[in-house]
Design a protein around this ligand. Structure first.
Ligand SMILES: Cc1ncc(C[n+]2csc(CCOP(=O)(O)OP(=O)(O)O)c2C)c(N)n1
Ligand SMILES: [Mg+2]
Length: 334
């Protein structure tokens, strides 16, 4: 499949991957300094996220991330990183990304966001709005009932949704061999009556191409696609994990050879699009962007009762009672 990406796109994708890795490293070190809570690094999954995001139109297409992807969504603007850093600090407001940004908050509760994606895509279809919904989830999420419910409904309703299973080979310490007996995660699409495709998730252009095709299909009214992006988790599951206890050394060494930041850099250097100076400039720009996001998020006033905002249009009676109790506990007026 010929890619429609031009040289500028390739460079932009590489810059977004550099920014994602820099963000991952900075958040890791902030956690180690005790300045933020648990964080899940993205190392190894940059090409999957960046390639997919570049196939979308930020003006019309929604992204529903899991917990790693927000740091690789530079294409959707600096607001996404600012809010993600705020979320990492512990601001409830970090979970709310204001319009016109079409990005959902990070999701920790596995697979629940896949249902949200199908619901959103259904509403887009009913309201005859332009655009598609792309949802990220991991290999581990495919063992959740929500994945099957969402996939089934998407198939029946023919909604404009793109499922991207970021298969990083691990669900914490559970390897894919213990996750499924299926030949691939993409093969699960057969049960939903939708196309399923496996792609090299360490290659942003390959991911771009399959997401682009899935988007065309969705926009033409032909419904959902399941994409399995095969990559490798190069780091720990989270800052609370020690992968050296279970990831085989030789397997990790093999995966590191395929690190998208190394291989894609080589690719654009070979095409005469990239130099050592440009690499240094991009790394500096990524650090500056993180500094700005950190400064913004650190100065955000903490409003814990925001926890209850932006969940439902009208809170349930029980939620109202819980919010009132939190106000009272904090000594704030209701
Ligand atoms: C419903 C639910 N069950 C269990 C967990 C605990 N948990 C957090 S991350 C994780 C593994 C997820 O693996 P995968 O889906 O492959 O995503 P990855 O972290 O590898 O990107 C588990 C079991 C959770 N967050 N939510
Ligand atoms: Mg996984």
């Amino acid at each position: 499949m010929p890619s429609v990406l031009d040289n500028e796109d390739l460079v932009a994708m590489h810059c977004d991957m550099i920014a994602a890795r820099a963000t991952s490293d900075r958040l890791w070190s902030l956690q180690r300094q005790g300045r933020i809570g648990t964080i899940a690094p993205i190392d190894g999954q940059e090409a999957t996220t960046v390639g997919a995001a570049h196939a979308l139109d930020p003006a019309t297409d929604w992204i529903i991330p899991q917990y790693r992807e927000p740091m690789a969504l530079g294409r959707y603007g600096p607001e996404i990183m600012r809010r993600f850093v705020a979320w990492a600090i512990g601001h409830p407001a970090g979970g709310h990304i204001p319009e016109p940004h079409k990005v959902f908050p990070p999701q920790i509760s596995l697979a629940t966001q896949i249902l949200h994606a199908v619901g959103l895509a259904w509403s887009i279809k009913l309201q005859k709005q332009p655009g598609v919904v792309l949802v990220f989830f991991g290999d581990g999420s495919t063992s959740e009932g929500d994945f099957y419910e969402a996939g089934n409904l998407a198939g029946v309703l023919k909604v404009p949704v793109i499922f991207v299973c970021s298969n990083n080979q691990w669900a914490i310490s559970t390897p894919t061999s213990a996750q499924t007996a299926a030949t691939s995660f993409a093969s699960k699409a057969a049960a939903f009556g939708i196309p399923g495709v496996s792609v090299d998730g360490m290659d942003p252009v390959a991911v771009y191409d399959v997401v682009d095709a899935a988007r065309d299909r969705a926009l033409a009214g032909n419904g959902a696609t399941l994409i399995e992006a095969v990559n490798y988790r190069l780091g720990a599951h989270t800052t609370a994990d020690d992968p050296s206890r279970y990831v085989p050394d030789d397997e990790l060494a093999w995966a590191r050879e395929r690190d998208p930041l190394v291989t894609f850099r080589r690719h654009i250097e070979d095409r005469g699009l990239w130099t050592r100076d440009l690499q240094r400039d991009a790394e500096t720009a990524a650090e500056t962007a993180f500094d700005e996001a950190w400064a913004w998020a650190s100065n955000l006033p903490l409003k814990q009762t925001e926890l209850f905002d932006h969940v439902f249009a009208n809170l349930t009676t029980r939620q109202q009672a819980e919010r009132d109790a939190l106000h009272d506990h904090l000594g704030e007026p209701r």
